[in-house]
Design a protein around this ligand. Sequence first.
Ligand code: ADP
Length: 398
Amino acid sequence: MIILVVNAGSSTLKCQLIDMDNEECLMKSNAERIYGPGTFMNVTFLPSKNKEHFEMEGASHADCLSKLLETIFASDECPVNSIEDIAGAGNRIVSGGEYFDRSALVTDDTLEKVKICGELAPLHNPHAAACIEALREVAPNLPQVLVFDTAFHIAGLPEKAYRYALPEKYYSEYKIRRYGAHGTSHKYAAEKAAEVLGKNVEDLNIITCHLGSGGSVSAVEGGRCIDTTMGLTPLEGILMGTRTGSMDPAIVTFIMRRDNCTLDEMDDLMNKKSGLLAISGISNDMRELEEGAIAGNEKCRLALDMYNRSVQKAIGSFYAIMPRTDAVVVTAGIGENSEFTRREIFEGLEHMGMIVDPEKNKGRGGDRVISADDSPVKVLIISADEEMCIARETMALI
Ligand code: ADP
């Protein structure tokens, strides 16, 4: 059974074809700079790694998706020759608002709700909806599934975790609440960690840390997410590549008054010009910052210190609200690959019983325990595979 996974970003479209009989990826595609300038798409067939490159100036998400299908059907090495060879499509949806606490099949009703939630994810939901509609047009009978970044948090967070201390109308009318993000990743990280530890996730309390360009930390109690650092939008929480993370909200009005800047300029400043990039002054790429810090660059050192502290504080706050913490899991680009940052974060957490073994911490990726045998709290790396999680959810629903 072959599943197509569709992940529409603000100006990107990433797709995969996955053969679910053996969970093998048959094709990966990546379209960038959608709407231009410089729109292109790369389609890579596996296992050969044969690649096709298309310049598609100004193309939309839907244009890229139709070109991708055409390319797949025409390729000799891919077992998919027509839409009938695809069993279903799984669509990553950034926001399902309060409507969805789990994945759902695409229907007129659910698709309409995805569009309504565009208010909460204006850079993502409309593009995902456009891809779903484009697929529906060429394949009206193809079952499609919606897999939400928010569902894991919506299902688990109690009101005391998701409400902001604002007057009632901002929640009841404006729907301002904590929705969280990276839900698929937090859920997978917790479940996989339980599997690695040989326990049921229902019997464990786990703090999951998704540390990529964007990042969030969640408290997963007995398999349910009871709190998370991202909020109404992915700006809240730990310091990120180009985002501020949490800060005094009064800073926003202060800067806007002082610089007389527009809403869009302020949005841009907080989302694209802040975080590690702003503090280091050179990059939002953790690899470059680590190299810089090792070479003695003080701004890089400060960026890392601030990053580590924000992650430590998030872990500490969730340790405080769970009755017991059995494990801490790190995942995504930084969590999986950076021995350096993992070491620095956990060196500051030994007093909470999170003791990382320097030997086990070496290397990248894998699903493995990196804490010392006698560490009261286990620390694990789990490799994120968002596309595979979406494909599994899709299979389960169709
Ligand atoms: P996203 O999917 O949100 O773009 P990723 O999960 O791919 O992000 O993570 C990207 C981050 O991971 C970047 O900051 C990058 O520098 C970092 N990263 C990737 N490989 C390494 C590595 N070997 N050492 C340190 N950081 C790494």
